[in-house]
Design a protein around this ligand. Structure first.
Ligand code: PEP
Length: 256
């Protein structure tokens, strides 16, 4: 059975002092249990302090991006092996904000995915349609193209190690979440595409997270959908109480 994975995308929020404070609060009160994993993805300058605080807690550490080369003349970039060295196990890739503001393309997302897998990181691959695309009825073709692009030349064994986050762009940071039915429909579609490429067994094991205004008051219903295996949480990951409440909703959704 797939467990649930709740990841917090802090985006460009919290410096090393505020970040360490939030990690401490989470470590003190986040009871992780088998079946539910929590992953914190703070900004780069917080990673080293967070890694120390998270040691032996069962809470995982992720970054929000990485470059696809190992090292070299790429001013301002950070490599996957640097993330591993600082204690990361996960990395968010292809977030819509990176596609929108920083020129990420399907090709560069795919190169990052393959490099992340090569260095032993779990990629959290973000895909999702804009409001205009949903209104035009092309959600499935958009997310299928993004999914296939991200998984290009990824082997079945490596695919099994990936997490996909379906994040409708119109739901990110807007307070307007997809309904549980809308999320389930897209997740089931994504799993059918993965099944076509990798076979039923592999596809059935891949974690599909929903992201986009997931909050304590809507998390349980979203996470109770059969193909919603977790959440990628932006705004609500910035306060300990709301992130803990979402992890708790994930736990309750498993024992329903
Ligand atoms: C995100 O940016 O990944 C996200 C889901 O943000 P929010 O929860 O704030 O909508």
């Amino acid at each position: 059975m797939r467990g649930k994975i709740i990841a917090g995308n802090w985006k460009m929020n919290k410096d090393v002092f505020g970040g360490a404070m939030l990690v401490r609060e989470l470590v003190d009160s986040l009871a992780t249990e088998p079946g539910v994993q929590a992953v914190l993805c703070p900004p780069f300058p917080v990673l080293a302090a967070a890694a120390q605080l998270l040691e032996n807690t069962g809470i995982f550490l992720g970054a929000q991006n990485m470059h696809f080369e190992n090292d070299g003349a790429y001013t301002g970039e950070v490599s996957g092996s640097m993330l591993v060295a600082v204690g990361c196990t996960h990395v968010i890739l292809g977030h819509s904000e990176r596609r929108q503001y920083f020129g990420e393309t399907e090709t560069t997302v795919n190169r990052r995915v393959r490099k992340a897998l090569e260095v032993g990181l779990t990629p959290i691959i973000c895909i999702g349609e804009t409001l205009d695309e949903r209104d035009r009825g092309i959600t499935e073709s958009i997310v299928e193209r993004q999914l296939l692009g991200a998984f290009s030349e990824v082997s079945p064994d490596d695919a099994a190690r990936c997490i996909v986050a379906y994040e409708p762009v119109w739901a990110i940071g807007t307070g307007r979440n997809a309904t549980p039915g809308q999320a389930q429909d897209v997740h089931a579609f994504l799993r059918s595409v993965l099944s076509r490429v990798y076979g039923h067994e592999t596809a059935a094991g891949i974690i599909l997270q929903y992201g986009g205004s997931m909050k304590p008051d809507n998390a349980f219903e979203l996470l109770s959908q059969p193909d919603v295996d977790g959440g990628l949480i932006g705004g609500a990951s910035l306060t300990a109480s709301s992130f803990i409440a979402i992890v708790d909703a994930a736990r309750r959704s498993l024992i329903r």
